[in-house]
Ligand binder design. Structure first.
Ligand code: PXL
Length: 266
């Protein structure tokens, strides 16, 4: 099989085991040529007490022009933390200009969790993301992001009806497949896959630990599996299992991420 080339667009958090520092090693490990469009450089992710932020938006048009002149094309796109609403127009230009035929666009909206927006995000960002997901083949919001995108009040209790309603509302915003992540049910955790009016749950064991960056790891493993030919459900299962293995291999006092490197090397 020909080596696939993906473009992943997200920030570079220098410390924190998230976004590009997980997507790049994971996608590469799965044999995918991984090209990056860094949206910002942060000292560390925003769950630390403070962070520096260099917005790379002004540089991106030059990167775009040079790729265009070199006729670069990608077999897939994976979007994560963009950080600035203005980047979404550029993302759309990239899909238009750099897609090989049928290249899937996978968007993890990455702006909120646990009922709250991440630091630095506002409702104007959510509104732009609502437009961008129209272009997606697959979206991977967590329950909180699904609530923000659909203007639904957040609930801790992820009962079946509530999550299905979120999926239906999201399906009205995109023609792509909706995969709601981080859904907790009957002591398990997993995803709801919603496509063409049909839904399917993939639920695995829920560990007591919660760590940062696991959503980005999930998105990377999911994308790698899916591009390798696995079904949506198989890709969710592989990604969830990978995250579980990461949590099990993480030192208890390692507070800011997971030691995914140990799982990747197995
Ligand atoms: O893991 C998501 C993420 C990515 N990048 C940055 C973040 C976060 C979540 O807080 O702060 C910079």
């Amino acid at each position: 099989m020909k080596t696939k080339r993906i473009l992943t667009m997200q920030d570079l958090s220098c410390v924190g085991q998230c976004s590009l520092t997980v997507a790049l090693p994971i996608l590469s490990r799965y044999g995918i040529e991984t090209c990056v469009l860094p949206t910002a450089v942060l000292s560390n992710h925003t769950m630390f007490k403070g962070w520096s932020y260099l917005d790379l938006t002004p540089e991106l048009p030059a990167i775009y022009e040079n790729w265009k002149n070199n006729n670069i094309k990608f077999d897939a796109f994976l979007l994560g933390y963009l950080g600035k609403a203005e980047l979404m127009a550029l993302a759309e230009k990239c899909f238009d200009e750099f897609s090989c035929e049928g290249a899937p666009v996978i968007i993890d909206p990455v702006f909120a969790d646990n009922g709250k927006l991440y630091g630095g995000f506002d409702l104007a960002y959510v509104a732009e993301m609502r437009k961008l997901i129209k272009r997606a083949d697959i979206i991977l919001p967590n329950v909180t992001e699904a609530c923000f995108l659909t203007d639904t009040e957040y609930k801790e209790d992820h009962d079946e009806e509530f999550v299905k309603l979120l999926a239906e509302k999201l399906a009205a915003l995109t023609n792509g497949t909706v995969i709601i992540t981080g859904l907790e049910k009957d002591g398990k955790i997993g995803e709801l896959i919603y496509r063409g009016g049909k839904s399917e749950n993939v639920l695995l064991e829920k560990l007591p630990a919660k760590r940062h960056g696991t959503g980005d790891i999930f998105a990377s493993v999911f994308t790698a599996s899916y591009l390798g030919g696995a079904s949506l459900a198989e890709s969710c299962r592989a990604a969830s299992q990978f995250v579980i293995d990461c949590l099990k291999n993480t030192d208890p006092d390692h507070f800011y991420g997971v030691n995914f490197e140990k799982v990747l090397s197995k």
